[in-house]
Ligand binder design. Structure first.
Ligand code: GLV
Ligand code: MN
Ligand code: MN
Length: 412
């Protein structure tokens, strides 16, 4: 069993410190991409990267990199670790931040121990992974991997009417580097599971071998505003009622399918949004996910067919806008095997698994062999302030990451 380990106290302190950064007036953690709160988190991260003796680099889409590059390995493709530090609304402290801070911790531990890696080591914090303020999600890593043009990404208009590029400029995080400027030799992302599997099975480490496909769409239903007291039910063109039918359809279909398909309506707004007026417009988002690419297509087609029927039945006009679409991804089999072996070496029970959440690794896998390590999430809760992973599990995951790095860079 390896006795060489990360500095657990430093990792846990930084995690709590970053979790306290960017809270709103009600004490909620709302570090949406390129907001003032995000700037506070970024500034803190950069100060830790500098204190560790790494070079800070920022690219045009605001991705932050902490680079450890000795003379001896100039020009070699780096091993990249990372995740994101933006959050959802009223988030927990672990999602994303754990991966970034563990990456930094692993590099700092190796540097302080006098390890001489055979290639540069880089920790990355990718911009706008959550996609709450600007769609699509995983935007910084998608741009980095060449899947979205940087100018198009920077001109994205957010849910609050802001433009991502202007906001990044305002907070001082548009850097000079072209996205993709460091092509990784490999990428490894450590993350909390955000689901119930590891805790339920009493397993410490997940070796993530694949990640499900994700489809985000926005649905707009146009009906007619009318008086709530005087309009007979048979004469209504009620956009609100039509929206409710879509929500129920998605839930029933996913439940009855006996497959891993999941469907969520997470945003919904009505116009004019008045107690005594039939809604003239409903706008809502649909998040569909499935590990099987064909089945995800079938789910999208089934939604489309349902909307066509509903438009005719309810006498409403329905339009669909695509917000994000990502195919399922298979991670690098060799790195997945190394994760299993490293966990076993430390006496930690490990299982292979599929990620239900989207991650930056899914994008970086387009440009480099990639994989992920998961640690348990209490009651499978995430995207919620009660998100929790025990300290011992966090430290165990970071130590497995340390071992993987030592193996992948073949240092001395
Ligand atoms: C990111 O957290 C996602 O899976 O939506
Ligand atoms: Mn995340
Ligand atoms: Mn998340």
């Amino acid at each position: 069993m390896s006795s060489f380990s990360i500095d657990a106290g430093r990792l846990l302190d930084r995690l709590r410190h970053l979790g306290a950064t960017g809270r709103d007036a009600e004490g909620r953690l709302v570090r949406l991409a390129a907001s003032d709160a995000d700037k506070a988190g970024r500034d803190r991260l950069c100060s830790w990267i500098e204190a560790a003796g790494l070079e800070v680099a920022v690219d045009r889409i605001g991705n932050i990199f902490g680079i450890w590059r000795s003379e001896a390995v100039q020009g070699m493709a780096p091993l990249m670790l990372g995740s994101h530090i933006d959050t959802v609304i009223d988030a927990g402290i672990y999602d994303g931040c754990y991966g970034v801070l563990s990456g930094l911790e692993v590099i700092q531990t190796l540097k302080e121990a006098g390890f001489a890696p055979s290639r540069p080591l880089v920790v990355a914090a990718f911009t706008n992974e959550e996609g709450v303020r600007y769609a699509p999600d995983m935007m910084g890593s998608l741009v980095y991997a060449g899947g979205l043009d940087v100018a198009a990404a920077l001109s994205t208009v957010g849910i609050d009417g802001t433009v991502l590029g202007s906001e990044l400029e305002r907070i001082g995080y548009t850097g000079p580097h072209e996205p993709g400027f460091l092509k990784p030799h490999a990428y490894v992302e450590l993350h909390i599971e955000q689901g119930p599997v590891l805790e339920r099975e009493g397993i410490a480490i997940g070796a993530v071998e694949n990640l499900q496909g994700i489809s985000w769409q926005e649905v707009t239903i146009e009906g007619e505003a009318n008086h709530a007291g005087t309009t007979p039910i048979s004469m209504r063109r009620d956009a609100g009622h039509a929206a409710a039918q879509v929500i129920a359809f998605l839930r029933h279909r996913a439940k009855a399918s006996n497959t891993p398909t999941v469907a969520t309506v997470g945003c919904l707004s009505f116009e004019p949004n008045a107690i005594n007026v039939i809604p003239s417009r409903a706008r809502f988002t649909v998040d569909l996910r499935d590990p099987d690419g064909d089945r995800l297509k079938q789910e999208e087609a089934a939604l489309g067919a349902f909307l066509d029927g509903l438009a005719a039945e309810e006498d409403v006009i329905i339009s669909l806008k695509r917000l994000a679409r990502f195919e399922p991804v298979k991670f690098d089999a060799g790195i997945v095997q190394s994760i299993e072996a490293a966990a076993c070496e430390r006496g930690l029970v490990c299982r292979r698994m599929t990620s239900g959440a989207g991650h930056d690794a899914q994008m970086i896998a387009r440009m480099a062999p990639s994989a992920m390590i998961f640690v348990p999430s209490r009651r499978g809760i995430s995207h919620n302030p009660s998100e929790f992973t025990a300290d011992a599990d966090l430290v165990a995951g970071a130590n497995v990451l340390l071992d993987i790095v030592r193996e992948l860079v073949e240092g001395k």
